[in-house]
Design a protein around this ligand. Structure first.
Ligand SMILES: *Cc1c(COP(=O)(O)O)cnc(C)c1O
Length: 425
């Protein structure tokens, strides 16, 4: 495949180029182990002097093909697949942040990421300040500290659906000389490429649109190779790693220092590796990502417009509606579509929402999102149940909010199901 292929071509053919006589389709290398001709060759691989696989906790050819494809789609320098999106976030942060250090994070993050930051990482001495998306650069800078190590945000907040003002946060990151980490799960690289807008590290829950069919849990971290780790603030990249016989990641791996350390140190020690089978499935999912994201976005906009015109609907939130507060940002950063998630509220508040969901027929109630099948969820009583009323408000979640993951069925059938469910409340 040529280097400058378009997204749709990378989706189909990226990451795997068989030689003559090899399988046309990416094989599942269901092997933990690899064979070598002599101990010196294996020693060189251990020393990272030679490329090669040694043990599937650390790397595997099927996993590597998936990593390569997603890295090409995001236009990064390398990727690391993990066993879940949560594992990707955990490794992504622990790779640059430890005890007595601090991160800035948007308050409108996915519930699981929020509790990871507010509770679990806190126990390990990492302090997080949650910032309101409406704060300006100066206000955010006031919350920074000398030990602030990163700023963390989502391209489209789950489920507030606020669109990330990349320019604002990359300004904060540049001023503080810290990396800008972006969870790009909702748009996927087909609808938005955060590295083009100042992000340094991208996180995905591959479980969602990358998989696309609600079959597999997984995650991935992509390195933009565009942050200077040699700025005096990140000794873990410039000083010797004693657990890896004194390797200096920045000196040895330059723009790939971040992703190499994440693999050789954290994946080695924590072991939240993605399986070859799940990698095969994610690769299969990516083959149709461009088609699905286009259709999810078209269907979501049509459903959003239908709901906006319905008398029993009190509000609708979708980034591509002109009524959305971040409509301008969505035009700027999501030109090809707003992805498949929308939220709305109906007459009768929380009770009305519950009744409506029970009335649905084609559309099902599930916790998942990003699947080909349309589904609904009531975040306040499920995914964000652990949050207090105040935290719910900060996360942008109303009590009556119904979240819809709009699938790729025929839109007329989706609308009809919503129509009859609304008529029964
Ligand atoms: C689901 C989700 C995650 C967590 O991913 P898992 O694969 O479920 O661990 C992280 N970020 C966002 C935006 C998500 O929607």
């Amino acid at each position: 495949m040529k280097k400058d292929c378009k997204q749709g071509t990378i989706c189909v053919q990226g990451g795997y180029s068989p030689k003559s006589g090899e399988p046309r389709v990416l094989p599942i290398y269901q092997s933990t182990t690899y064979k070598y001709k002599d101990p010196d060759q294996l020693a060189n691989i251990f020393d990272l002097k030679e490329e090669g696989h040694m043990y599937s906790r650390i790397s595997n050819p099927t996993v590597a093909a998936f990593e390569e494809k997603i890295s090409q789609l995001e236009d990064g320098v390398g990727a690391l697949a993990t066993s879940s999106g949560q594992a990707a976030t955990t490794i992504g942060i622990l790779n640059i942040c430890g005890q007595n250090q601090h991160i800035l994070a948007l308050s409108t993050l996915y519930g699981g990421t929020y509790t990871l930051l507010s509770t679990t990482l806190k126990k390990y001495g990492i302090e997080v300040t949650f910032i309101d998306p409406n704060m300006d650069v100066e206000e955010i800078l006031n919350y920074s500290k000398p030990n602030t190590r990163a700023i963390y945000a989502e391209t489209i907040g789950n489920p507030a659906l606020n669109v990330l003002d990349f320019e604002k946060y990359s300004k904060v990151a540049k001023t503080l000389d810290i990396p800008f980490i972006v969870d790009n799960t909702f748009p996927t690289p087909y609808l938005c490429q955060p590295f083009k807008h100042g992000a340094n590290i991208i996180i995905h829950s591959a479980t969602k649109y990358i998989d696309g069919h609600a079959n597999n849990i997984g995650g991935v971290i992509i390195d933009g190779g565009n942050f200077n780790w040699d700025n005096g603030k990140y000794p873990e990249f410039t000083e010797p790693d004693e657990s890896y016989h004194g390797i200096r990641y920045y000196k040895e791996f330059k723009e790939k220092a971040y992703i190499t350390k994440a693999r050789t140190q954290l994946l080695r020690d924590i072991g939240c590796s993605l399986s070859p089978f799940n990698s095969f499935m994610f690769n299969l999912g990516l083959e149709t990502l461009h088609l699905r994201m286009e259709k999810h976005s078209q269907n979501a906009l049509k459903l959003a417009k239908y709901l906006e015109s319905h008398e029993k609907v009190s509000w609708v939130n979708y980034p591509k509606l002109e009524s959305h507060p971040d409509y301008e940002l969505s035009q700027k950063y999501l030109p090809l579509g707003g992805s498949g998630i929308l939220t709305f509220g109906i007459e009768g508040g929380k009770a009305g929402a519950k009744k409506f969901m029970t009335n649905l027929n084609l559309v099902s109630l599930v916790v998942h999102l990003g699947d080909v099948r349309t589904s609904v969820l009531h975040p306040a009583s499920t995914t964000h149940r652990q949050l207090s009323t105040k935290e719910l408000k900060k996360a942008g979640i109303k009590e009556d909010m119904i979240r819809v993951s709009v699938g790729i069925e025929d839109i007329s059938d989706i609308i009809e199901d919503f129509h009859s469910a609304l008529s029964l409340i």
